[in-house]
Design a protein around this ligand. Sequence first.
Ligand code: SF4
Length: 190
Amino acid sequence: MTPAGNIALETLEREALVCTKCPLSEGRTQVVFGTGDPHASLMFVGEAPGKHEDLQGIPFVGAAGNLLPRLIEEIGLTRDAVYIANVLKCRPPGNRDPEPNEIATCRPYLEGQIAAIDPAVIVSLGNFATRLLLDTREGISRLRGEEHKLGARVLVPTYHPSAVLRGRGEALAQMRADFVVAKRALQRVT
Ligand code: SF4
């Protein structure tokens, strides 16, 4: 990240932390902007904060949150060495799916984060992040398992950790394989 990128990310975070642009601001405890290395070459994009994230202000904590750092460690990294964010920065009530108007209103924050951090590889976690970033209606099970081009970056779609925890062992094995795809892409392009 350039010094300008650093300033851009800090400005964006300050703006997001007091954002009231969509109705999700009314029910949140706090905004979950994103955490990790602002210079990271690898970035993860999930869906939206859940209960624990909303309380702690950190993405991917709690049961589903534990799986992500575990898989990151399996490819030889730590959550501090990557950047983790969500499509939505505020928790939808009862963890319901994000609505199209909320995604449209919040997306400039994610786009700003990607522009400022400038990661070489992005892993999208689940349908919402993948569909938004790839501008497609295709489902995650068809898109996962390979690299996609995202401008000059590589996008590797995989399942959302919550879906993997609810599902069968096969989904976890596929997610592990997707992380290896991301690691190989990272080694090639950085
Ligand atoms: S979800 Fe995004 S757009 Fe809506 S209030 Fe939170 S930060 Fe603002």
